[in-house]
Design a protein around this ligand. Structure first.
Ligand SMILES: C[S@@+](CC[C@H](N)C(=O)[O-])C[C@H]1O[C@@H](n2cnc3c(N)ncnc32)[C@H](O)[C@@H]1O
Length: 348
């Protein structure tokens, strides 16, 4: 059934609902860029009842729903991370000799030697012989469990990129580019870091898919400095959002802003179907693009709408203020003074 233009979702608005329903209501071939960060399957509040299979099918459905609404030659940018603590019941327990944390000097070799000399000794007898606890005997022989409690399901790293690459290809969208976003190191999320050899969580990906068609390449979208600093660079260093008080998984404004500047023109339509606190829409407003945002949580929809109202208001106000200042400066023929960076003294 072909919808009439009035049936499509009007732009410059945030919608409440499941994006699998609402993406179908966006005008076909109208979107210049879709930027989003889906649930990561890491146990956030808004994904707590979702199984791994449901999560995968959410992603593949949403990616597939993009094909009809993207303009030919347009892009879909997905910000996502690998799952660092993926539970796997079939995984053997991680065994480790945690040398630096040892309180008792007995080594595995000493216990094996004692066992050889007394093959009929159980661990209690071996403990008595060596002057340590039976727990030490057990630890040295059977290893420590690096993560979580002894009886918890083991976790491993799950790579996500390959899966979503395939989902894109199935939908007719091709991976055009990928960038790495280096965020703040999340030490607090790595409660195991002192007893493991693993790295902390400090980077994510941006996968950029392309819908076949003619893509406009306009080098003047960025300044020379922007091309040098991030436009042509595969690694983006952008600090994380510190105040995640109203939404637990915001990405920084700079992330969608860069994608919008790089991949779209003024007045283009940018969408985010996992809008959360409204970051992508705010970036679109600031860069003079139209937007559509969707979220399935009512409070986030309100939050995003509020952020958009503020962004529009601020930009108008800022514009008026700078116009007024420029007028005054022009009248008195004064050139704007360059801002001088304050000197920073090292803390004593
Ligand atoms: C990682 S957060 C996005 C945060 C956002 N980028 C920001 O800066 O605030 C994912 C969002 O997707 C929403 N969400 C999850 N499943 C959804 C679905 N099926 N339809 C629409 N929104 C959904 C969640 O409520 C959450 O706000």
């Amino acid at each position: 059934m072909i919808r009439s233009a009035t049936e499509y979702l009007p732009v410059d608005a945030i919608y409440y609902g499941d994006c699998r329903d609402l993406l179908k209501k966006i005008e076909p071939s109208s979107v210049a860029l879709s930027v989003w960060s889906p649930p990561y399957y890491v146990g956030k509040e808004y994904e707590k009842d979702v199984s791994y299979e449901e999560w995968q099918s959410l992603l593949s459905d949403v990616i597939a729903l993009h094909y009809p609404i993207l303009k030919p030659g347009a892009f879909l940018a997905i910000n996502i991370a690998d799952i660092l603590c993926f539970r796997d019941a079939s995984m053997p327990r991680i065994m480790a000799e945690n040398i630096s944390r040892r309180k008792v000097a007995i080594t595995r070799e000493q216990i094996l030697e004692a066992k050889k000399a007394h093959p009929d000794y159980n661990r209690y007898q071996l403990a008595e012989l060596l002057g340590c606890s039976e727990q030490t005997i057990d630890r040295r022989l059977n290893g420590n469990n690096i993560r979580g409690g002894k009886y918890q399901t083991q976790t491993r790293v799950k790579l996500v990129g390959g899966h979503i690459e395939e989902m894109g290809i199935k939908a007719g969208l091709y991976l055009y580019d990928r960038r790495v976003w280096v965020k703040d190191a999340a030490w607090e999320n790595s409660r195991w870091h002192t007893i493991s050899l693993r790295a902390v969580d400090e980077f994510e990906y941006v996968y950029i898919y392309w819908k076949p068609g003619i893509t406009k390449v306009d080098r003047s979208r960025l300044t020379r400095e922007e091309w040098i600093n991030w436009g042509s660079r595969g690694v983006w260093n952008i600090p994380s959002v510190r105040a995640n008080d109203d939404h637990e998984a915001k990405f920084p404004l700079e992330l969608p802003r860069r994608l919008i500047k790089l991949l779209t023109d003024q007045e283009d339509l940018v969408i985010d179907c996992f809008i959360g606190s409204g970051t992508t829409a705010v970036a679109a407003i600031k860069e003079n693009r139209h937007y559509i945002g969707i979220d399935k949580v009512k409070e986030y929809v309100e939050l995003a709408r509020h952020a958009c109202r503020n962004a529009s208001y601020q930009s108008t106000e800022e514009m008026q203020l700078s116009l007024a200042i420029r007028e005054k400066l022009d009248r008195f023929k004064i050139r704007p003074i360059k801002r001088v960076q304050a000197t920073r003294y090292p803390r004593t």
